[in-house]
Design a protein around this ligand. Structure first.
Ligand code: CDP
Ligand code: CDP
Length: 208
């Protein structure tokens, strides 16, 4: 069983994907972390996200700890959005995502293109969204909670810019798959969003 969870920045897709994985007893992959790792590698080299060759080299020489807190900074978010637009970078990261999705028993993956590119055959697809203002408030709270300096207006601008770039790129843009269920979490707290996601997926899986 494959469950695909896609959506824009801070929509709550990671929280929902982790909860679905726990509920159904499946392994979970946060695919955004792969792009963030490439971005952080490039950043540490002092590389240029405008240079596709350097970004691709970062894919092949990844030396980033997946638990590194720097993966979550806004600078790395911006770098990740830039490097993820390169078709060569997406191709370099494709196989490990598809292998994860195809493991016996199945998996839950979250990102931008799981339902459209990585696992179009997924048994259930959610497209998680929320208003930009709600998402910015969530991301701002997260950054402050981690002791990082952040202004709400800057976080909102960054989120809008990243959404626009992710949705307008030619390769694997952020978009809702035709057969994905839309879940707007703007008015839902974490527990309500998780409960609704589980209900929607169970309903979808019960269909003939
Ligand atoms: O958590 P948040 O939504 O802020 O970001 P993320 O999921 O960690 O993804 C960071 C960036 O990686 C996104 O802005 C996308 O540009 C890129 N990404 C992608 O292109 N495809 C994916 N499947 C996952 C992330
Ligand atoms: O993975 P993505 O960037 O889409 O979002 P996330 O990391 O799951 O959630 C971003 C933040 O919003 C986290 O701090 C969540 O606890 C919070 N959140 C929330 O306040 N309400 C929700 N319905 C979902 C997430």
């Amino acid at each position: 069983m494959i469950i695909a969870v896609d959506g824009p920045a801070a929509s709550g897709k990671g929280t929902i994907a982790r909860a679905l994985a726990r509920h159904f007893g499946l392994p979970h992959m946060d695919t955004g972390l792969l792009y963030r790792a490439v971005a952080l590698q490039l950043f540490r080299w002092g590389g240029d996200p405008g240079n596709e060759f350097e970004a691709l080299r970062a894919c092949h020489e990844l030396g980033v700890d997946p638990a590194d807190p720097e993966l979550r900074t806004e600078t790395v978010s911006k770098f990740a959005s830039a490097v993820s637009a390169y078709p060569s970078v997406r191709t370099a990261l494709l196989e490990r995502q598809q292998e994860f999705a195809g493991q016996p028993g199945g998996a839950v993956l979250d990102g931008r293109d799981i339902g459209t590119v990585i696992a179009p055959q997924a048994d259930a697809k959610l497209f998680v969204t929320a208003s930009p203002e709600v998402r910015a408030a969530r991301r701002h709270q997260e950054l402050v909670g981690r002791g990082m300096a952040a202004h709400l207006a800057d976080v909102l601008n960054d989120i809008r810019a990243r959404d626009a770039r992710d949705a307008s790129r030619e390769t694997a843009p952020l978009r809702q798959a035709d057969d994905a269920i839309l879940l707007d979490t703007s008015g839902l707290d974490v527990n309500a969003a998780i409960a609704e996601a589980i209900r929607l997926v169970e309903e979808r899986l019960a269909l003939p």
